[in-house]
Design a protein around this ligand. Sequence first.
Ligand code: PRP
Ligand code: URA
Length: 209
Amino acid sequence: MAKVMIMDHPLIQHKLTFLRDEKTASREFRSLVSEIAMLMCYEATRDLPLKEVETKTPLCTAKTKVLAGKKLAFVPILRAGLGMVDGVLSLVPSARVGHIGLYRDHDTLMPVEYYCKLPADIEKREVIVLDPMLATGGSAIDAITQIKTRNPQCIKFMCIIAAPEGLEALQKAHPDVDIYVGALDDCLNDVGYIMPGLGDAGDRIFGTK
Ligand code: PRP
Ligand code: URA
């Protein structure tokens, strides 16, 4: 079974409090999503392989490290995953970005696919899938199933808030995928929202409600 990492960094916990606050408006909400994504990306990239190179400093030649061969691709799940892209690209500006469009049917809560565009060389890359919310897990499971058909080197999933139900479902469906979670909340309510959660992430990022 792959690992699940729940973030305990004080900066992430602090920013999450303001993200959850119903009084936080879209402009600040967007900044917070981006900042939390950047901090989480720091953890999710901790195991990237390094190789040794020789670097000439103004004083001498030194053996130093750079990232080895494996390259990254970020894949946000539209819409809300888009809010995490700036933050992760600020840490890894050379990464490629793919997009998967999915929304939850309001009645069935099942994901409905409407878009998929992934980097052409995705099979040479490690993929980090981005979505702020893991609720039932249906959207993440579906997105990862689509990405797996393109045989990337490996897949990680990063979400800001997860429900226990979604986490369990994702682990069961994709036991090979490492999962990075900003906060593990209590449960889903009877219409599939994470409690206490933060409401509808897409609507709060884009100000559509
Ligand atoms: C939200 C969220 C996830 C999904 C999580 O998207 O961004 O993609 O719900 O729910 P699940 O784990 O039960 O699948 P939504 O369907 O609201 O679409 P949107 O981002 O376009 O608003
Ligand atoms: N999607 C959201 O945006 N919020 C939830 O709580 C659940 C799904």
